[in-house]
Design a protein around this ligand. Structure first.
Ligand code: GUN
Length: 288
């Protein structure tokens, strides 16, 4: 069996077109142009590409964007001062501080400094708490993209056995929470696995939906996948053989029922969800 390829790029293009229409009607009703401010500290080449892609996507959807650059020697207080300025700026609706940050910066303090109503990454503890309680203001972009992919592909989630590999704050923990929350896009039975999990292979093989965000190239082999499973690969790694994910795509696509490619799977959906959150932030600030 060869797995169906889940075309994240195509779904993201549809979502971006929908958001573009919503932005147009928001602007015509309120006269307010949604605005995202990105902050880039240092010159990490991957971050440069991600931020450029995010800005281009904003532009295409009619969302204004600004880029604030700090040197990789920037101090905590310089970054906090910039965030304070953006928090105060009424024209800025969304603030995104691109990760990773240089090691002299305490990431958690930065995330807590962003005004929760402008926190389009949904990393602020208030937004994490709201998401856990099932009353989100914003949903984090990558997990929201995965959930949209499953829903829009008509993949049943309620009652299904989901295994998540990787417990990061950005992907693993929130997707496990969102898929087990009550309601549309949720109601799954979720197991969250990580580096200390015992018998990982046999737990992964129980998954009807396997979500892999472990950050290791081709970590998931065919022997870890149940026949017909839906496999979502969040990883992206540059190797001598080109870009690969956290899943051994060639082998696993012979076992799985459906699988996301790398690139062109989860990545484009993350960007689309950032646009959704920025529009939502602008709507919140306009009181709608
Ligand atoms: N770096 C990798 N993923 C992300 C993300 O979703 N948001 C931010 N701000 N930085 C990232």
């Amino acid at each position: 069996m060869t797995a169906k390829v889940l075309d994240g790029k195509k779904i993201a293009a549809n979502i971006r077109a929908e958001i573009g229409e919503e932005v147009e009607s928001f602007v015509s009703q309120t006269g307010i142009v949604p605005h995202l401010s990105a902050v880039l500290v240092g010159e990490n080449p991957a971050s440069e590409v991600y931020v450029r892609n995010k800005q281009r996507a904003c532009d295409e959807a009619g969302i204004a964007s600004g880029l604030h650059r700090l040197a990789d020697t920037a101090t905590q207080s310089e970054l906090l001062a910039l965030i304070d300025e953006l928090n105060q700026d009424r024209a800025v609706h969304g603030i995104l501080v691109q990760l990773p940050l240089p090691e002299q910066i305490a990431e958690a303090e930065i995330q807590e400094a962003i005004c929760p109503s402008k926190d389009v990454d949904a990393f602020h503890p208030e937004n994490v708490g709201r998401m856990v309680q099932g009353k989100p203001r914003f949903l984090p972009c990558t997990p929201q993209g995965i959930q949209q992919l499953l829903v829009r592909e008509g993949i049943e989630i309620a009652g299904r056995r989901v295994v998540v590999i990787g417990r990061s704050d950005i992907v693993g923990k929130p997707i496990a929470c969102m898929l087990s929350n009550r309601g549309t896009g949720g109601d799954a039975t979720v197991t969250l696995c990580h580096s200390k999990t015992e018998a990982l292979d046999s737990i992964a093989r129980e998954a009807e939906i396997l979500i892999v965000a472990i950050g290791q190239p081709e970590f998931v082999t065919a022997a870890m996948v149940r026949q017909g499973a839906v496999v979502i690969d969040v990883g992206i790694h540059r190797t001598d053989d080109g870009l690969v994910g956290d899943v051994d795509y060639a082998a696993v696509s012979q076992i799985a029922g459906a699988i996301t490619p790398v690139p062109g799977g989860v990545g484009p959906l993350t960007v689309a969800m950032l646009l959704r959150n920025t529009l939502r932030a602008a709507e919140l600030s306009a009181g709608s």
